[in-house]
Design a protein around this ligand. Structure first.
Ligand SMILES: Cc1ncc(COP(=O)(O)O)c(C=O)c1O
Length: 426
């Protein structure tokens, strides 16, 4: 069956269409934190952040069905449900982030954010990190390929403690070291007569590998950017919606950005994303761009987005994430001394990164080791992934309804595999 599906997939979708795991998983059903294959074998989903309130949550499914059975049109009509959702969502943000442009994907939300910053500042230059991913359109994709030398993009080395740009004596020096890279990028725009528009960054540096970020970097970088006339954008496509145990990654970093983009978990699987900002920024953007997106800002998106917020609030998922995430990190940290390749246990809430190295002295990244572990866990029925600029960070990011009992199932399997591969029993 799997072989046949693989052959059909290659023919129909092309040979380059990405798949996870050495032996691909065929999934036919999802429920809560569980995914099921055609034979009824279940996998504990510890990877997917899109179905944030759990796969096929009945409240979300019901809201989707009810709205689709009532009305679904584009956004050029009045519809109270869209406004109710916009109001409830922006109320979860800092007070000044009061208006929103809805989109369907995180890429579009970042495209809107870049446009908004460029229109508001009259600038063009955008700073990102050197291992960022913010989306796949021509404009947003330039951030991923920043090293290609697009004149309007500058990539700074992403701030981290584990493999610092240079060994320095203190945490504050490390912060300053990375802040000087922000200043350097701004100066480089000025030297090339490219007016500066701002900086776009994931507040927890998720795709970079969830590094421990030197204290105060984000808030101080935002100040430097604003002093230079730019706007600071955080991409909450991964960090947002309680993933970190706070509503937004910018809260973890203790500052308020000018523009925030959201996506993935927002619709629990329905394409729903958006860009929130101060009202005057949204007004100017709309005035200049006349932005329209057929499927965005629809009654269906609003009903589903609203249902997701209902579940997060009524099931106390933010609190759940904070508690279970802390527990899982603490238990993994106990395994660490028995597992030489596990150099760091990092992350926030239910977003955990394990730095995998072949030599802790030289900090040599062990991509193969990470891949082996991901595949062995899959064979045992646990789905995680790997990430990071070097591909050697184990990525644990289950739906927000993940409990302590689920964590314990995983910890047992993880310890068994560590013993099997490395011969060291926790
Ligand atoms: C941080 C971040 N921003 C933006 C995106 C793009 O979102 P989408 O795939 O919905 O366009 C991604 C996708 O992985 C992402 O990880």
């Amino acid at each position: 069956m799997t072989t046949e599906l693989l052959a059909r997939r290659e023919k129909l979708l092309g040979t380059g269409a990405p798949l996870f795991y050495k032996e691909a998983v065929n999934i036919v059903r999802g429920e809560g934190v569980w995914l099921f294959d055609p034979d009824g074998r279940r996998y504990l989903d510890m990877y997917n952040n899109v179905p944030c309130v759990g796969h096929c949550h009945p409240h979300v499914v019901e809201a989707m069905y009810r709205q689709a059975s009532t009305l679904n049109v584009h956004s050029r009509y009045l519809h109270e449900g869209v406004l109710d959702y916009a109001e409830r969502l922006t109320n979860h943000h800092a007070e000044e982030l009061a208006s929103i442009v809805f989109t369907c994907t995180g890429t579009e939300a970042n495209e809107v954010a870049m446009g908004m910053a460029r229109i508001a500042t009259g600038g063009r230059g955008i700073i990102c990190t050197d291992a960022a991913y913010h989306g796949n359109s021509a404009e947003v994709g330039k951030l991923k390929r920043a090293r290609d030398g697009d004149p309007e993009i500058r990539a700074i080395p992403y701030p981290q403690r584990y493999r610092p740009l240079r060994e320095v004596a203190s945490e504050s020096e490390l912060t300053d070291l990375y802040l000087s890279e922000v200043r350097r990028a701004i100066n480089s725009f000025a030297a090339n007569n490219i007016p500066f528009a701002g900086m776009l960054v994931c507040p927890i540096l998720a795709n970079e590998g969830l590094p421990n970020i030197p204290n105060g970097f984000m808030s101080q970088a935002a100040e430097i950017v604003r002093d230079a006339g730019g706007l600071f954008i955080t991409d909450e496509v991964q960090a947002g919606f309680c993933r970190t145990g706070r509503w937004w990654g910018y809260e973890v970093m203790d500052f308020v950005p000018d523009i925030v983009t959201m996506g993935k978990p927002m619709g629990n699987g329905l394409p729903l994303a958006g860009t929130v900002a101060r009202t005057e920024l949204v007004d100017t953007f709309r005035d200049q761009k006349r932005y329209f997106n057929t499927f965005a800002s629809s009654p269906l998106q609003a009903a589903v987005g609203m249902a997701v917020l209902d579940v997060i609030e009524t099931e106390n998922l933010r609190e759940n994430v904070a508690h279970v995430g802390e527990y899982l990190r603490a238990e993994l940290t106990k395994i660490q001394p028995h597992c030489p390749p596990m150099a760091e246990v990092r992350g926030h809430g239910l977003f955990i990164g394990l730095e995998w190295v072949s030599d802790s002295g030289t900090k040599t990244p062990d991509r193969e080791g990470a891949t082996l572990l991901v595949n062995r866990l899959k064979e045992k029925g646990f789905l995680i992934g790997s990430a990071g600029s070097l591909g050697n960070v184990l990525k644990i990011r289950p739906p927000l309804v993940f409990t302590r009992e689920h964590a314990n199932l995983f910890l047992t399997a993880f310890a068994e595999i560590v013993e099997e591969i490395y011969g060291t029993a926790p």
